[in-house]
Design a protein around this ligand. Sequence first.
Ligand code: 16G
Length: 255
Amino acid sequence: MTTETIENFLKSDDWMQDAAGPRYVRLRKRIEESIETGLLGESAPLPAEREIANLTGLSRVTVRRAMQDLVDRGIIVQRQGSGSFVADGTPKVEQSLSRLTSFTEDMTRRGLNSSSEWLERGVHTPSPEEVMALALSSGEAVARISRLRRANDRPMAIERASLPIDILPKPQLVESSLYEVLGRDGNRPVRALQRISAVNLESEDSELLGVEPGAAGLRIVRTSYLANRRVVEFTRSIYRGDAYDFVAELRLANS
Ligand code: 16G
């Protein structure tokens, strides 16, 4: 996958047509999106106004207005003589709480490059917790894959997934996306339950995630099901608290 650059992100012309509202607002939102998705990290420099005008075909006046708006909102800072930079404060990735997507898909949708570091990948005797969660029969083994997941090389989460062995007989075959492998075998989950709680990261996890021990994190336990209601995945994840915003859409009952 090619790594997206801010120049390409601003250049692709669809966004100008797709979005509504005054042009400077559309540009402001486009730049905000590049920060929210992590394309532009904390303190990253933005292209010069003149360059943005060239890339987007917008006038310098429009670009300046969008930049001023971003400064007023505390999203970017301007330093005399050296240009504009993303304000400090880690950008967050927004994740919908209602869509059953994989890490790889979530990151790809945002133009981010996902990668994983393997912590564990093999077949094991299940723990009592795994036997219960996966409804395993006695003597049945469990497939475990544990990964440190990165977006554009930045550690985002530690995921420890357990699956029944007949669903994933060869965990070694998972190279990048677990859901892709499950999908190939017709075993991709169609429904999941997730429990999210706040945690203070223990030293081993905080080290992997590149934050201080005790830093805030999110613990997410996902149990996923096949259409026939069989449990297919039991995953315990620890997400960096400063890297994710989980967004849930709420509707009035019966609407
Ligand atoms: C998501 C899921 C995780 C699943 C993984 C598969 C959460 C909290 N967790 O990260 O349960 O195993 O996607 O991703 O959303 P993959 O197909 O990229 O390996």
